[in-house]
Design a protein around this ligand. Structure first.
Ligand code: MN
Length: 217
């Protein structure tokens, strides 16, 4: 999925003051590829159904599943990556080829062009779902970025500092956008404040799906 122009579209439609290590690619995935990505997500969910994870604070309001060699999971034992789906005992479904193609396009022109994720956490946000501010810190190597691709409804992505108390800014992420947190931004607190129901450009998707690609193992 090459970009339409050879010019990187760094920050073209995004706030001018993104901090170092944070990259936002609005519309990286064109509408036809968004549909193909959504079909691939549905294939994954056909064998590893979406479920709400249990955390110490209750069930997550976003439902989740995974593809790849490892999947992020939470229950009362805590946050971790598992190579098998604890709900079924089966390995997570392999990452569909289109997932890898989208990641390759997202990291081209960043400091991590060879990023090779082994885990994709897929979150579904229905009406009212959110994700509180947190850091992604269950991966082995924090030198590897986290790549997020959005489908469906617009979401208010909060991006904060290295401590929970720092002020978080809102960056609106839309269907087809990619967001990369690496380098000095890898450990920023982040979350989804809310989604905007009814804004999905995809006819068969009400709500927001995020695909977050990680090098977990
Ligand atoms: Mn996260």
């Amino acid at each position: 999925m090459p970009r339409k122009s050879s010019q990187p579209r760094l920050f073209a439609d995004a706030p001018a003051k993104l901090p170092p290590g944070l990259f936002h690619w609005p519309g990286l995935v064109d509408p036809a590829r968004q549909e193909a990505l959504l079909a691939a997500v549905r294939d994954v969910a056909g064998s590893a159904p979406f479920a709400h994870a249990r955390t110490r604070m209750g069930l997550t309001s976003a439902a989740m599943t995974n593809a790849g060699d490892a999947g992020w999971w939470s229950d009362l034992k805590g946050y971790r990556y598992e190579t098998r789906n604890p709900a079924t005992g089966a390995p997570w479904p392999p990452m569909p080829a289109i997932f890898r193609e989208v990641v390759r396009a997202a990291v081209a022109g960043t400091p991590w062009p060879d990023f090779a994720p082994d885990a994709c956490l897929i979150n579904f946000y229905g009406v009212g779902a959110r994700m509180g501010l947190h850091q992604d810190r269950d991966e082995k190597d924090f030198a590897q970025p986290i790549v997020t691709v959005s489908l469906g409804d617009d979401g208010d992505f909060q991006i904060g500092g290295m401590t929970r108390g720092e002020r978080a800014e809102v960056l609106i992420v839309r269907s087809g956008d990619a967001l990369i947190m690496g380098g000095d931004s890898r450990m920023r607190f982040h979350g989804i404040r809310k989604i905007h129901p009814g804004t999905s450009p995809l006819a068969t998707l009400a709500g927001r799906i995020s695909l977050t690609f990680r090098k977990a193992l």
